[in-house]
Design a protein around this ligand. Structure first.
Ligand SMILES: Nc1ncnc2c1ncn2[C@@H]1O[C@H](COP(=O)(O)OP(=O)(O)OP(=O)(O)O)[C@@H](O)[C@H]1O
Ligand SMILES: [Mg+2]
Length: 361
């Protein structure tokens, strides 16, 4: 599952249009998508045909700590069509920052709500309000990728630095933050001015900008008014094509992020082996035996294929195990018979009766 926020404190730069149409395109490609509308204006909900004033449950219920109103994310989620679901926004979201001002760790509520989901979504897209407040911070905290829509006009880069500072703050606090990628919207390459802004935005974001630039297209406007993504209104429109192309880039980006995470985890694991784990060799001379296992605190006392020792040509059985520093009791099982380690004089009372061999690392 990949969580993607669409944020920029500048109003009207195409956040909601991007959230709706990216979610719709990913869903059409067969991915299971949840769109979270975290904006009190609830434009993403309206843009998907949901009138939030008639709803009795929304993201407000997920964020509030008032017991009588509080709901799980899965309880407020509406299934719209095929692979697309919506967690609706609500005007009450505008009161949530005030309501939670004394709440500890309030910044992680959206993260925890997503974490507790049992339904498996491939993508969760969060549409943020046009501000750098509590709701946007919550979305960034929960995300793997942050898309910053930039309308191709003057002042479009104004304030972007503050948004990036917020991401850096999350990185500082958690040693983990979403990757930031810019997205040019309402692009008109026919004008000199459009081209100039295009180059300016590209220069600012360097490699961290989507190749897709969403062109100015009236179908995107009409679709939002009719409560559907552009591809439902006119799948041949430029708007539908551009967001389909963005979806393809997002899928590739998500795979890259997945690999980055994998390598980071693998590096951590290798570092763990190098610094914390110690290799321990266990040996037992038993030339007559058919099977020798080692069982102990480190493997739940289970004799299985993984814990079987290997027989050497001279009749010695051997196994190397990497263990964290600690105190372990263990025994060998030789053809069903439990034996202590003859090379180890340290013993301790066994929970099975008698004594176990004792290992201190
Ligand atoms: N590529 C486009 N071509 C034409 N119109 C567009 C395009 N993208 C967005 N719009 C229109 O611009 C207006 C603002 O877009 P949108 O609501 O997506 O911005 P927003 O950043 O979510 O706004 P807010 O900050 O209020 O949440 C809408 O009327 C939308 O239909
Ligand atoms: Mg919006």
């Amino acid at each position: 599952m990949r969580v993607i926020s669409v944020a920029n404190q500048k109003g009207g730069c195409g956040k909601t249009t991007t959230a709706i149409n990216l979610a719709g395109s990913l869903a059409l490609k067969g991915y299971n998508v949840l769109l979270i509308d975290l904006d009190p204006q609830a434009h993403a909900s309206f843009g998907l045909g949901i009138k939030t004033d008639q709803l009795d449950r929304s993201m407000y219920n997920v964020l509030t700590r008032t017991d009588t109103k509080r709901k799980r994310l899965s309880e407020i989620t509406l299934h719209l069509w095929e692979n697309l679901s919506l967690a609706a926004g609500h005007i009450l979201l505008s009161t949530i920052e005030q309501e939670l001002r004394n709440e500890e760790d309030a910044i992680a509520i959206v993260y925890r709500a997503i974490d507790s989901l049992t339904a498996s979504y491939d993508f969760i897209i969060i549409d943020c309000p046009p501000s750098l407040g509590f709701l946007t911070f919550n979305a960034i905290r929960a995300s793997h990728l942050l898309i910053v829509p930039l309308q191709c006009c003057s002042l479009s880069l104004m304030g972007v630095g503050k948004l990036i500072n917020m991401v850096e703050l999350v990185q500082l606090k958690l040693q983990r933050a979403p990757k930031v990628k810019g997205l040019i919207t309402v692009y008109d390459k026919r004008t000199k001015y459009g081209k100039k802004m295009f180059h300016e935005i590209n220069r600012y974001f360097k490699d961290n900008i989507f190749n897709t630039a969403v062109r100015a297209n009236v179908t995107l406007r009409e679709a939002a008014e009719r409560g559907v993504p552009a591809l439902k209104l006119d799948k041949n429109s430029r708007g539908a094509a551009d967001y389909m192309s963005l979806a393809e880039e997002v899928i590739i980006e998500s795979r890259k992020l997945f690999l980055d995470d994998f390598y980071k985890e693998a590096e951590g694991f290798m570092a763990d082996i190098g610094t914390k784990l110690k290799a321990q060799t266990f040996t037992l001379l038993a030339p007559e035996a058919n099977n020798v296992y080692i069982v102990g605190d480190f493997n739940n006392w289970e004799a299985n294929r993984i814990n079987r020792l290997e027989q050497m040509p001279d009749g010695t059985w051997e196994k190397r195990i990497a263990l964290k520093p600690g105190i372990y009791k263990y025994k060998f099982i030789v053809d069903g018979e439990w034996r202590n380690d003859p090379h180890n004089s340290k013993t301790a009372p066994s929970k099975f009766g008698g004594l176990d061999s004792l290992l201190v690392i």
